[in-house]
Design a protein around this ligand. Structure first.
Ligand SMILES: [Zn+2]
Ligand SMILES: [Zn+2]
Length: 348
């Protein structure tokens, strides 16, 4: 089978790989669609913090949907031909953190292998906890977005929105757009900030009440605060870019007693500076966020089934495995939102 192999920064090659074996209690998925994600861009373009444990030259990518191609005899819940989407990892469900409701930081995650290939083995654990049958009303090419939307849901839930809250979302990439959709559905009044006019247009469609086009000259903190009553700042300020500079910029956008959510991961080894007086006297809460929980993956899937995530906004472009690097480059250059790579037809 053909696969996109990650050789290192800026180096992905299409090569032949062995077909995976069907895991005990698991299945083999024939991949129909994969999508680009900010995480893929980070991994391709810069040192990335997470080792997915797949050896030196792993198959690239982590989002996919497709058809059940083969099932192990012990797998009873899925049958050949089912349209499915699978999350890229699953928490163990048994450790201290899982039992505390923090399955997003479970240290015993089972990870799916790279998805930018023709067939993937889906392990029993991932199958039981984080694999979904995609109903016919959901386009199969939208289904891989369950993974990032589950992370967006993690952020939206952490925002703890109350009706009418002012929420600023810095960054209107796929994750930022998902967050905008969810928090506005929860009753927030959203200010979206981005450097791309196209993405801001999409942010409006996803429910943002105001958009701010970020330029080098703009005093972004002032511009955000100016949209809130008496320039008091936002109830919740969210960073969805993944740069230390934006992490810092987001903090003074929050009102006194407000919440700052540093959602998008930065490159390893980076740090930020926080004004201690601001933190103390304004009684800010600054919280980091990572990944998603089992419950939020289910919620994200449900939101897709309920058509809260529009296919035409979230999924853009049309690529194949052979030009998948172009899909990544375009994502990185903010051409499109999540770029679609069609791996195979929706037939067995
Ligand atoms: Zn992703
Ligand atoms: Zn666990």
């Amino acid at each position: 089978m053909k696969a996109a192999i990650f050789y290192g920064l800026n180096d992905i090659r299409i090569e032949e790989r062995e077909m995976p074996k069907c895991p005990k209690g698991g299945l083999i998925m024939k991949v129909c669609y994969v999508t680009t994600c900010g995480t893929d861009v980070k991994r391709y373009k810069r040192p990335y913090a997470i080792d997915r444990g797949q050896g030196e030259y792993p198959i690239f990518g982590h989002e996919a949907s497709g058809l059940v191609y083969k099932v192990d005899e012990e797998c009873k819940d899925f049958k050949v031909g089912d349209r499915i989407v699978t999350h890229d990892a699953t928490a163990c469900g048994n450790c201290y953190w899982c039992k505390k409701g923090l399955s997003n930081i479970c240290p015993n995650m089972t990870r799916l292998g790279g998805t930018w290939t023709e067939y993937i083995a889906v392990d029993k654990k991932i199958l039981e906890k984080n694999t979904f049958k995609v109903p016919n009303n959901v386009p199969l090419e939208l289904a891989p977005a369950v993974e990032p939307m589950a992370c967006a849901m993690h952020c939206a839930e952490a925002a703890n929105v109350r009706l009418g809250d002012y929420v600023v979302v810095n960054g209107a990439g796929p994750l930022g757009l998902g967050i905008i959709k969810y928090v506005s559905a929860m009753g927030a009044q959203v200010i979206a900030c981005d450097m791309s006019e196209f993405r801001l247009e999409m942010a409006k469609k996803m429910g943002a009440k105001w958009t701010i086009h970020v330029t080098e000259e703009l005093d972004q903190i002032k511009a955000v605060r100016a949209l809130t009553p008496n320039e008091r700042g936002c109830d919740v300020a969210i960073e969805a870019v993944g740069l230390p500079k934006t992490w810092e910029l987001t903090i003074p956008m929050a009102r006194k007693g407000g919440l700052v959510l540093e959602f998008a991961g930065c490159a390893p080894g980076t740090s930020i500076t926080v004004d201690t007086a601001l933190l103390h006297y304004s009684e800010l809460t600054i919280k980091g966020l990572f990944h998603t929980t089992l419950q939020q993956i289910q919620m994200a899937f449900d939101s897709m089934v309920n058509l809260l995530i529009p296919r035409d906004i979230m999924i853009t472009g049309n690529y194949t495995l052979d030009n998948c690097v172009q899909a990544l480059e375009d994502h990185s250059n903010q051409i499109g939102i999540k770029n679609l790579i069609k791996i195979s037809k929706e037939t067995l």
